[in-house]
Design a protein around this ligand. Structure first.
Ligand SMILES: Nc1ncnc2c1ncn2[C@@H]1O[C@H](COP(=O)(O)OP(=O)(O)OP(=O)(O)O)[C@@H](O)[C@H]1O
Ligand SMILES: [Mg+2]
Length: 504
């Protein structure tokens, strides 16, 4: 180590973590100093989350050591937390039924003689929220918060521990550009005050905005670790994928909208205040807007996943109108829905990939009420291939796959049904660059084959790239509609803004 380098706060040496026979983390060493923002990047399944779970004491390494401030870590998650390591998980881990304050203080709830000290709890939670510059009602139950606000509450929970090392596993996947900027500025502040930060993201531009060091993982190994100033985004991507990535950046699709497939009128629901929407065959409609604008609530109300207070949804099936009122009949009539929160809504984690894919396709895969194993396996394999599942082992439990690969399984599940109308809510959140291009290709192909497609995305470049028409949603209403020709980051954001979600 160079003499002018500060001593690292966190030092992990030769970490190995296996799952069964597979090596997820393969002899990884990483060191992070106070004030450093250290990026960890890599493709889906590269081992990033596994490494972080080892650092946070949630998983026990098969080999290697972790030191904080020179002291060897032992004693699992509690030990890591006490030593000053706080992890913001890739998947949200809040308890929806509890309030914001209770969630923030979960695990460090102040008690006196066994009674929870409510006032103290609220004060500590308020301080943490203040620290990250987010205003949200402490008494609100988390179930009622948007995914973005949940993410900020999750971060507040980590910050409330006053950690020496803060690890964030894809914190911006659910955030809009403005919210992302807010988060990045906040991390910069924490780092300036001496916190050591590990930052995982698939969004390479973000990494280049705030990080000081970057470690690239591939197949569980460190392939590069360098000060950020000594590398470039394209060099990082090449290292991630281990080859030069030649994405097929196909020119914009020329949409030829056909017959009306879905028509929603006067939709009212929680956070949805009267929306009319039409989607035609062959058309990709994008819903833009800030997180919290009501887009997820709107699409859930349309597909019947949540109750509507008012309005009608009509699906046209071979020229005949069908009134859509609830979810199961909607699915039977040919509606597909890839939800935003895949871990709870989209997947059975303890079931195999094959069973998950077969689930909504049981009818086609069975004969006289019996599921045909061979047919199911072929069907699942083809779809797993189509979405680029890695590794493509359809007998493995979905819960054993990395976050990005789980998203591919949700999409595969719905592709199999050849839906007439499909809603994709944040389809590539947490998906690596290669897989993202692949999913975009699949979505276009769906439309080209006649499906009517509705996409919600907070990833503006993605929304602009996919959509033939963009409706911008604000406060539960469509406040503007842009054709592909008129849509750009500025026009979408100016229609979307006017809502001060993350405070000043
Ligand atoms: N509980 C588990 N059981 C078995 N295998 C697992 C388990 N958790 C992770 N793995 C495997 O370990 C490898 C690394 O997964 P990990 O979740 O660390 O990837 P990641 O880099 O975080 O990916 P992503 O960008 O998709 O989040 C993958 O091959 C994954 O399938
Ligand atoms: Mg991960």
């Amino acid at each position: 180590m160079k003499p002018d380098m500060p001593l690292p706060v966190l030092e992990a040496s030769s970490i190995v973590k296996r799952f069964g026979g597979a090596v997820a983390v393969d002899d990884v060493s990483i060191a992070v100093s106070a004030g450093e923002i250290h990026a960890v990047v890599g493709e889906n399944g590269a081992g990033k989350s596994t490494l972080m779970r080892v650092l946070a004491g949630i998983l026990t390494a098969d080999q290697g050591t972790v030191k904080v401030g020179g002291e060897l870590l032992e004693g699992g998650a509690k030990g890591s937390l006490e030593a000053g390591i706080a992890l913001v998980h890739q998947e949200l881990s809040l308890i929806p039924e509890m309030t914001v304050a209770e969630n923030i203080m979960l695990g460090s709830t102040p008690t006196s003689y066994g009674f929870i000290r409510t006032r103290q709890l609220k004060a500590a939670a308020a301080e943490a929220l203040d620290e990250i510059g987010v205003s949200v009602d402490l008494n609100e139950s988390v179930a009622r918060l948007s995914v973005a606000l949940r993410q900020f509450v999750e971060i507040a929970r980590a910050v409330a521990r006053k950690p020496r090392v803060l690890i964030l596993d894809e914190p911006t996947a659910t955030l809009t550009p403005a919210e992302t900027d807010h988060l990045l500025a906040m991390l910069q502040r924490l780092a300036n005050r001496g916190m050591a930060i590990i930052y995982i993201s698939h969004r390479i531009p973000e990494v280049f905005t705030i990080c000081t060091t970057i470690t690239v993982l591939r197949d569980g190994k460190v392939v590069d670790s360098t000060p950020l100033v000594e590398t470039t985004p394209s060099a990082v991507i090449d290292k991630m994928v281990g080859r030069e990535l030649s994405l097929d950046l196909s020119s914009r699709r020329v949409a030829t909208p056909g017959a009306l497939v879905l028509s929603a009128r006067g939709i009212r629901a929680h956070n949805v205040n009267g929306v009319d929407l039409d989607v035609r065959s062959g058309e990709i409609i994008g819903l833009g807007g800030l997180v919290g604008a009501g887009r997820t609530e709107l699409v859930r109300a349309i597909v019947g996943a949540d109750p509507r207070y008012g309005g009608t949804v009509t699906l046209w099936v071979d020229g005949h109108p069908r009134n859509i009122t609830s979810y199961q009949p909607a699915v039977r009539a040919g509606i597909g829905y890839v939800p935003e929160e895949r871990r709870t809504d989209g997947l059975a984690l303890t079931m195999s990939v094959s069973d998950n894919i077969a689930l909504p396709n049981r009818r086609e895969l069975s004969s006289a009420g019996v599921i045909l194993a061979g047919k199911t396996a072929r069907f699942a394999s083809n779809l797993a291939d189509a979405v680029g599942l890695r590794p493509p082992v359809i007998t493995r439990d979905v819960g054993e796959y990395s976050g990005g690969n789980q998203q591919k399984v949700v999409i595969a599940k719905w592709l199999g049904r050849k839906p007439r109308f499909i809603v994709l809510d944040e389809p590539t959140r947490g998906v690596d660059v290669g897989a993202k291009a692949e999913i975009h290709r699949i979505v276009r192909e769906l439309a080209d084959n006649g499906a009517a497609v509705l996409v919600v995305s907070s990833d503006l470049p993605e929304l602009l790239e996919l959509s033939d028409v963009i409706h911008v949603v604000r406060d539960g209403r469509i406040t503007g509609t842009l054709s592909a020709a008129d849509a750009n980051e500025k026009s979408v954001m100016s229609l979307a803004s006017g809502e001060n979600l993350v405070g000043a």
